[in-house]
Design a protein around this ligand. Structure first.
Ligand SMILES: NC(=O)c1ccc[n+]([C@@H]2O[C@H](COP(=O)([O-])OP(=O)(O)OC[C@H]3O[C@@H](n4cnc5c(N)ncnc54)[C@H](O)[C@@H]3O)[C@@H](O)[C@H]2O)c1
Length: 389
């Protein structure tokens, strides 16, 4: 039997996919999450009630529910702390729970995004200590990074090639065969767990750096008073130009994962230049865009102090409801620090307040900032200000 530990954006779709072919235990420490899932409700909006209903999953907060499983997938968060260092607490706590409830002979596959070496160096010792079992003889370990894209109904779990790895040939084979059953796009067998970990982390690091370059170019083009969109429109006509757009980089992956790579790199004696420069510029963009908004308001003779500003969109990317690590939060706080009266309007977010601001459209705002390109805003009654990227 399969057990998925951590039923968030990554774990739940996986559990549901496996639940179409075999019985699955879905374990999470969040009792509210388990309660909603037991009623076939997914508040992340990734899966419908029908999809949940079709899957053979028993949801539980009881760690003992893990103990009958011979294939355990761990998909818990890997955030950073306030000083932008990897915060492994959820991962280590999940490893502890798995260790305390591990059936001899089981395979544990980690899906959480980590730096190369973390699965074997950080998680395995915890599992061994808690279980009293020995990795390699009593249980096996593997790593298979998740590439899902929340809100994307095209590149769903089954349609993207899955990188799989195992601690030895036997475990690799078992893990690959398991995933092949649910991934129609097939699997890529990585040579080692470290290679699979590294493959995932560079996908997001590369994306972060490419966006950082576009952000820096945008700043230069703003100074030159030329439209970055028109520049890119011209540049993409060359076959090998890579098309990226500037923007606020938030969320729990692109803006976080490079710090995991930077951390292991520094610990090994190399302080990464490009990776951290990319992070620095992307983190600066909220401040930069706010200063542009203020300048534009001054140009339009809008009195800054007390100006009613509506920010359209709060999520970290278009057409999702996830506001975790969204840089729109920084823009809102920056504007408020200038004395603006800020409202955020995001119909994808169900809460009445977002980052402490009322979530509502208001009559006759002084200025409107379109921060997230939700499709729904195409119909909006407002004229937009800037940041409509
Ligand atoms: N969301 C994405 O788009 C995405 C894509 C690829 C990779 N990832 C990676 O996958 C991992 C999971 O991300 P996510 O977005 O699904 O996170 P999430 O926050 O949506 O879900 C994680 C779930 O794990 C649960 N959890 C936390 N600690 C636990 C524990 N000790 N035991 C059991 N459950 C626990 C939480 O309650 C939550 O329901 C992260 O490493 C992330 O970087 C995410």
């Amino acid at each position: 039997m399969i057990c998925v530990v951590g039923l968030g954006y990554v774990g739940l779709p996986l559990a549901v996919r496996f639940g179409l072919t075999e019985k699955v235990i879905g374990f999470d420490i969040n009792s509210e999450r388990i309660e909603e899932l037991s009623k076939n409700i997914d508040s992340t909006g990734e899966l419908s009630a029908e999809e949940l209903e079709k899957a053979d999953i028993v949801f539980s907060t009881n760690p003992k529910s893990i103990s009958d499983s011979d294939f355990i997938i761990v998909a818990v968060p890997t955030p950073i702390d306030e000083s932008k260092q990897p915060d492994l607490r959820p991962l280590l706590s999940a490893s502890k729970i798995v260790g305390q409830n591990l059936k001899p002979g089981a395979i544990v596959v980690f899906e959480s995004t980590v730096y190369p070496g973390c699965t074997e160096g950080d998680c395995v010792p915890v599992i061994e200590k808690e279980s009293g079992l020995s990795c390699g003889t009593d249980f096996k370990i593997g790593y298979s990074p998740e590439r899902m894209n929340p809100g994307d109904k095209v590149h769903t779990v089954d349609k993207v090639v899955k990188v799989v790895s195992g601690m030895d040939a036997e475990s690799l084979d078992l893990i690959a065969t398991k995933y092949e059953k649910i991934i129609s796009a097939g699997v890529h067998r990585a040579d080692s767990i470290k290679i699979a970990e590294a493959a995932k982390i560079i996908e997001n690091t590369q994306r972060d750096i490419n966006i950082a370059l576009m952000n820096e170019l945008k700043i230069i083009f703003d100074l030159l008073d030329i439209d970055w969109r028109k520049v890119i429109e011209a540049s993409v006509t060359k076959w090998n130009f890579l098309e990226f757009s500037p923007g606020l980089v938030g969320g729990h992956c692109i803006g976080v994962d490079p710090y995991y790579l930077a951390d292991i790199s520094k610990r090994l004696g190399h302080s990464p230049e490009i990776i951290l420069a990319g992070r620095k510029i992307n983190d600066y963009m909220a401040k930069y865009e706010t200063s542009r908004i203020i300048r534009l308001m001054i140009d339009k003779d809008i009195k800054i102090k007390g100006a009613k500003v509506v920010i359209l969109g709060a999520t970290f990317k278009p057409n999702v409801s996830d506001i975790r690590n969204s840089k729109v939060c920084d823009v809102a706080h920056e504007l408020a620090s200038y004395g603006c009266e800020v409202n955020i309007y995001d119909p994808h977010v169900k809460e009445m307040k977002i980052f402490g601001y009322d979530n509502e459209e208001i009559e006759s705002p002084d200025f409107v900032v379109k921060a997230v390109n939700h499709d729904i805003f195409e119909e909006s009654r407002y004229d937009y200000g800037i940041m409509d990227s």
